[in-house]
Design a protein around this ligand. Structure first.
Ligand code: FAD
Length: 304
């Protein structure tokens, strides 16, 4: 990479938008860690931070609690994920109302995975919303929300082909989705081809790449297998032999994700959603690499 290209990327600093995804913690220790993570990442001024929602409402209370903490205790804009799994419409609607009463204006609308686990046949609740598109419509009926939906550059495992995949995205947009966030991927060409397909279908909402800094390569491979994300051989090679060397694993993970993000910026992408796994260090380092600095620190250096 030439130094000219690199400084051009840093010049883009003002244009870059990031959002961070968290999951609701299960234990007091995990809760403390999430709060530390939020404290570390908040000064990076993300456009929003989102909190996932477990299948069948299994994390309902914890998700609500985590979102409430963000709304009441931080200056961050919270987005609540919501799923359709094993819930009738009235209970999903009740959760929407509860979030709205807290002041939440952003949602990530998802169908969710079957409670029996990824790979089992999905059976919608007989009185429930059947997929992300129907849930998006329900959210639009409830208020003037900013609604994100999922997108799959490598196709959702249940989609027979890309035409079906993109048809589903189109239904979500027609029902009020304002942004799609992708499943994680490692091959930027795959993302670019997907966005081309989406645009050819007349869909113009932002398709925000979901970036997964690899906290644990082995775990990531298992997870990627279940959600249809391809792990390229070159990526396996980068992490090969680091199973018992967490320090180097972390450095490699930061380098790999920063490289992916910088390459996407070269392709004109300036909006990124990070799957943080509730950890700050990798995401903070990657943001630093792309020119996103804590607001207070940059004000101090400007004053110096
Ligand atoms: P949808 O987009 O509704 O459907 C997935 C695919 O199934 C479609 O692309 C389509 O091909 C097919 N399909 C569904 N319904 C129909 C139909 N009626 N006719 C034809 N085809 C159909 N999971 C959680 O449990 N909690 C979370 O908080 C969460 N957050 C996520 C955030 C992001 C950004 C992403 C990308 C995924 C997230 N997931 C989460 C995972 C997600 O729930 C799973 O990938 C799930 O299998 C699909 O949910 P969806 O909303 O993408 O489904």
């Amino acid at each position: 990479m030439s130094s000219y290209a690199f400084s051009r990327r840093l010049d883009a600093g003002g244009k870059i938008r990031v959002s961070f995804e968290f999951f609701p913690p299960k234990t007091d220790d995990m809760e403390r860690r999430l709060r530390d993570t939020l404290r570390r990442l908040a000064p990076l001024e993300p456009s929003f931070v989102s909190v996932t929602y477990g299948a069948g409402g299994s994390t309902r209370e914890r998700s609500l609690h985590t979102v409430r903490h963000i709304v009441e205790e931080t200056h961050l804009d919270a987005a609540a994920h919501l799923t359709c799994v094993d819930a009738d419409r009235s209970s999903v609607d009740a959760v929407i109302r509860e979030y709205a009463a807290m002041g939440v204006k952003r949602f990530v609308a998802l169908r969710g995975d079957p409670t029996e686990g990824v790979g089992a046949a999905y059976r919608p609740h007989p009185d429930g919303y059947t997929n992300g598109a129907e849930l998006t419509a329900a959210l639009s009926r409830h208020g003037d929300f900013d609604i994100s939906v999922s997108a799959y550059p490598e196709k959702h495992p249940e989609s027979p082909d890309f035409a079906t995949e993109i048809e589903m995205l189109k239904r979500k947009v027609d029902n009020g989705a304002t942004r799609a966030i992708t499943q994680f991927f490692f091959d930027n060409d795959v993302y670019e081809r997907y966005v081309e397909r989406v645009r050819r279908a007349g869909i113009y909402i932002p398709i925000v790449p979901g970036i997964l800094p690899v906290q644990n390569f082995r775990q990531m491979v298992r997870f990627a297998g279940s959600c249809g994300a391809h792990v390229p051989a070159w990526l396996a090679e980068r992490f090969h032999g680091l199973e018992d060397d967490p320090e180097t694993h972390r450095l490699v993970a930061a380098a790999v994700a920063a490289e992916q993000v910088l390459d996407l910026m070269e392709r004109g992408v300036y909006d990124f959603h990070f799957y943080t796994m509730n950890r700050a260090d990798l995401v903070f380092a990657i943001c630093h690499m792309i020119g996103i600095r804590p607001v207070r620190a940059s004000m101090q250096s400007a004053a110096a």
